[in-house]
Design a protein around this ligand. Structure first.
Ligand code: SF4
Length: 401
């Protein structure tokens, strides 16, 4: 089962405002270089014995994650306490959480050991894709930037990859420059993977402001067809195809790494082979092409009638396009597509791509020999989205790959 990113807890001694805290075991807290006021020492391990909250307060730590029994001593020491989490396993040492006194909500903004972590920079977007899994909202959410810059300072510096997502991150303009500079300063060895529609990069001046990303980030930019009419319709934005292509070229000229992304559905699959040929002829410099299955959330659910395609049919088309590009030396991956929906020849290109917290398997997966290497499904994909072709792969089929 996927582990949620939110839970509720009893909060004691917190002021009215939300706080960002790095949960650390006592042992790690004592030797860590994270600023103590931003550290919540996790005392839930019963093997720890009695730890005096007054000593932790004296050392400057910001809070304690503990048990109800820590209440009196924490209050006496003036140390805020989080206890009685509705789901205890949602928060673990190493995680960074937002503690919201209003509503007693705990949100995990960084999860140590997760297969993906992202900075969610804005809910605003300048496109309105028919299959957007996180529909944009127009509200000004500029408050996120300062929190994200604080968050970057609390992420484990040995993290290998960090996503940047939205909404459309480039709408932050100079704010995105600040965020990129903060990641360069605090997480110098972490690679960034930035999801953007690339449209605003038709302005070369904006590209110049993203210099902090050169050499350490990949811009992941969607192209849904080889022709403007289809791409513009899918993203519901006239001129988007041209702006995106100009943006990709501007980024490349300035030394940025680029990934082209594609999402398979009924409107895009008919152009997929044409798109593969287009990418090979016009964008051979991109470092990666990611061909992805649909996530049935947000607008995708609302637009099911125009988007749904038999997943087995989509799998075949994706496998053909992937093979076409791979044969020409391009680096290609297939995301969010179960192995049993792909011809065997495409299995080496398929990735276990769905984030832990929203990934699931079907009952058919129980006896499957390839389960550990399979993306499975988005937990939001019920039977009606999975199609009729899910079937366990047996040992002898694996042996003949
Ligand atoms: S049966 Fe399940 S685990 Fe096996 S390949 Fe299909 S989706 Fe993946």
């Amino acid at each position: 089962m996927s582990l949620p990113l939110h839970t509720f807890a009893t909060l004691q001694g917190f002021g009215p405002h939300a706080r960002l805290l790095k949960a650390l075991s006592l042992r790690e807290a004592l030797k860590s270089s994270f600023p103590p006021p931003s550290v919540a020492v996790d005392l839930r391990d019963p093997g720890l014995g009695d730890v005096d909250p007054a000593a932790l307060a004296g050392a400057g730590y910001g809070a304690v994650v503990g048990m109800p029994g820590h209440g009196a001593a924490s209050a006496a020491a003036g140390l805020p306490l989080v206890h009685s989490l509705r789901r205890d396993d949602v928060v673990a040492p190493g995680d960074v959480v937002r503690v919201e006194p209003k509503g007693s909500r705990i949100s995990v903004l960084y999860r140590r050991g997760a297969n993906s972590n992202s900075l969610f920079v804005t809910e605003r977007c300048n496109s309105l894709c028919l299959m957007c899994s996180q529909p944009p909202r127009p509200d000004d959410d500029g408050w996120r930037l300062d929190e994200l810059i604080d968050l970057v300072g609390l992420i484990d510096p040995d993290l290998s990859m960090l996503g940047v997502t939205g909404g459309e991150p480039t709408l932050l303009g100079r704010g995105l420059t600040r965020l990129l500079e903060a990641t360069r300063a605090k997480l110098p060895s972490t690679r960034l993977h930035i999801l953007s529609n690339g449209r605003l990069f038709h302005d070369a001046q904006l590209v110049e402001r993203m210099a902090a990303a050169v050499g350490r980030a990949t811009w992941a930019i969607p192209l849904y067809a080889d022709i403007a009419r289809v791409h513009d319709h899918v993203v519901q934005a006239p001129e988007a195809f041209e702006e995106t292509l100009e943006g990709i070229h501007n980024l490349a000229e300035h030394g940025h790494a680029i990934e082209v992304r594609f999402v398979a559905h009924a409107l895009t699959v008919p152009r997929l082979q044409g798109l593969a040929e287009f990418i090979w002829r016009n964008l051979p410099f991109v470092e990666h092409v990611a061909l992805m299955g649909l996530e049935p959330m947000g607008f995708t659910r609302r637009n099911r009638d125009v988007l749904w395609i038999d997943p087995a049919e989509a799998g075949k088309a994706v496998a053909n396009a992937a093979e076409y590009l791979a044969r020409r030396g391009m680096t290609v991956s297939i995301y969010n597509t179960p192995l049993c929906l792909l011809p065997k020849v495409a299995w080496p290109l398929a990735r276990r791509s769905i984030s832990d917290w929203k990934q699931d398997y079907a009952p058919e997966c129980e006896p499957c020999s390839m389960r550990d290497g399979c993306s499975g499904f988005f937990s939001s994909a019920d039977l009606s989205w999975r199609g009729k072709d899910i079937r366990p792969i047996r040992d002898h089929e694996v042996m003949t790959v």
